[in-house]
Design a binder for this molecule. Sequence first.
Ligand code: ADP
Length: 753
Amino acid sequence: MPVTVLLGTVPPMLAALFFANYHADLKLRQDAQENIAIKAEILANTLSWWNQTKVSTLKQLSQQPDIVSMDAERQKSVLKNLAESDKSIYLASTASLDGWNVARSDGNKPEYYGDRRWFLQAKAGKDITGQTLIGRTIKKPAICMGTPIRQESSEIVGVAMLCTELSALAEQIGQLQFGKTGYALLVDQTGKVLAHPNSAMLHGEKLNNLSQYPPITNILEGRNGFFKFKNEQDVDWVSYGISLENGWRVALIQEEAEFLRNEQELKNLTYIIALVAVITVSTLTWLLANHLIRPISQLTTAAKAITSGQLDRKVEIERQDELGILATSFNKMANRLQTSFTELEQRVRERTAELDTAKEAAENANQTKDKFLAQISHELRSPLNTIITYGTVLQEKSDLKPNLVKGLRVMRESGVYLLNLIEDILDFSKLKVSKIELNPTYLHWQSFLDGILAMIEIRAREKQLQFECEIEGKVETSIWADEKRLRQVLLNLLNNAVKFTERGKVTFRVSVLKETEELINNSPCPQQKLRFEVMDSGIGISPEHLEKIFQPFEQVSLSEQRANGTGLGLAISKQIVEMMGSQLEVQSELAMGSIFWFDLSLPVTQALPEAKDDGSVTALSSDTLKNKILIVDDKEENHLALNNILKPLGFEIVSVENGQLALEIAPFIQPDLILLDLYMPVKTGFTLMGELRKMPKFENIPIILISACSREVLQKASQHFGCEAFLTKPIEENKLLDLLEEYEMLPKHVIPI
Ligand code: ADP
């Protein structure tokens, strides 16, 4: 964290500082240049003014009448006066055109000027001419200037001359020093020194020439202004040069280090400020980290720890300021949180314990309910069975009055309805609590289909409905499905279709939608996706009822049709289809009819289903009928019921009322099938069966156990004792007939009406 603060503050601060320094630096350099330029300009102006003064003095002199007169006496007094009025003029003189002095201010004897260039130029008419030199009389640098003397006719009659010593000027310039190294110097147009701080440069017979000195060379070559150069000791210097009107050059020279001293000082100052700033910021950051960031990061760490479940984590900050208050509040909050969690955990534990108890109680209640249901169904079935059986038997008595026959029919039908209802409720409640598991096997498709068709054909015929079965595609020989449950669903849908159709037709369509190969236990297994559809042209279902029909006890049809059903069939079918991994769908229109359908992906095989334990397969046909049946039951009404079913089919029935009798009689009559009641006095069905199976003649004949109790334990036990099938009372005709078919005692599809 402190590092982040430092990284966030120091670089931008340094950048700002160096940026400001860079600009200040530029400004200072400009200022230094301007400074030296201004000094040079002032000096140049002073020199120009000085030059102008001398030039105008000379010109005025040349125009004075006494001078123009070229009279020696008159000229002499004028020249003398002039020299006396200006001390820098050490000689004022005139010369005639032959080059000899006419008059001189110093009164010396005439000198010859005819060989001087400036004299010759003035004589030739040049306005102002001049030459810098070491004055012959004064032995110091001087400038001698000449101008023509003209009469009124402009004719040149002589030359007026002024010789001015430069020592005053030189002194003035030489004194112009700035800083430790800065100085000014003046040279003439050829580079000869006229003024220099070093007076030695101004001594001697001749003027010193500086034309090879770089700053002077530079100006002489015409480059005025700023110039940078190195001296012999390789030190950097700067100069500023200006050319004057009369050809003189003035130069200001300074060592660069001094020239840029301010800039350097500013740089140093910047470095110092930067250093101080970095130290200050680092110190502040460190202090801040100690004072603010560290406690905050302690808080953060503690908050993270609490989030990860360490609720006992505390922040140790003993301060009185806001952070201290924050830490205290945080600790309080953590404490509160811990207490709440502990309470919550306690409550959860208690609630879990309560739930466990409740669950146990519910499970117990459920078991009791299951027991009760099984018990009650047994209790209800037996008397109901009796009622139905007697109802059936009595109905057939020819001497009964018609209204009694009708009453008996209603009684029988109500009994059957109640039995169905009990059966469905049991089935449904088992499905609801997932007590039913699918038990798929490879079943012979055609036989399975034929069985269903036979049953529905009869019912459709009863109602004079057209019934059609359409198979689209080729369903494989055997399909892998829970035969009982698939049949239950299809029969429910087909029965409903027949039940809710008064005219027209019912169609059962099976289509092969897709053939695939699925991997089952790592080996490819062919699968067929089959669609089962049941269509009718019946009463249909209104859209608002469509959703309801799958709910238990929902019947949306007319009351007389309702009376035939329990309202549980579709709820059960829907559950079974879902267990098979599909959905039961419906489309319907009032007065037009309905379609119910579902798709199943089923493993299929070309092989016939494996033979069952008794060597039979699902589909069998035989011409040789076996027809002797032994019924062992202690209740007369059961004998009546079974006789009622079997006799019309031409079976030879032998009825005995207890197990002992059965054991004695059986070897004599040699039955092809034995129907055995489970609960009987003297000998139970299981005991009798055990003894029968011990006799070689009865080792293999089919024995069907019959009981009013449908509990699976009994069914399993019956298998264990070696019986072929288990039927519950009242005997469902179809189931019994199915079994007879299976045992080759009935030709296929011969089902009595
Ligand atoms: P039920 O024993 O009454 O037939 P279901 O659960 O099988 O019970 O059906 C519930 C209700 O759905 C029926 O009572 C009926 O109103 C309606 N229903 C079912 N199938 C059809 C159909 N094919 N045509 C018209 N209505 C139907």
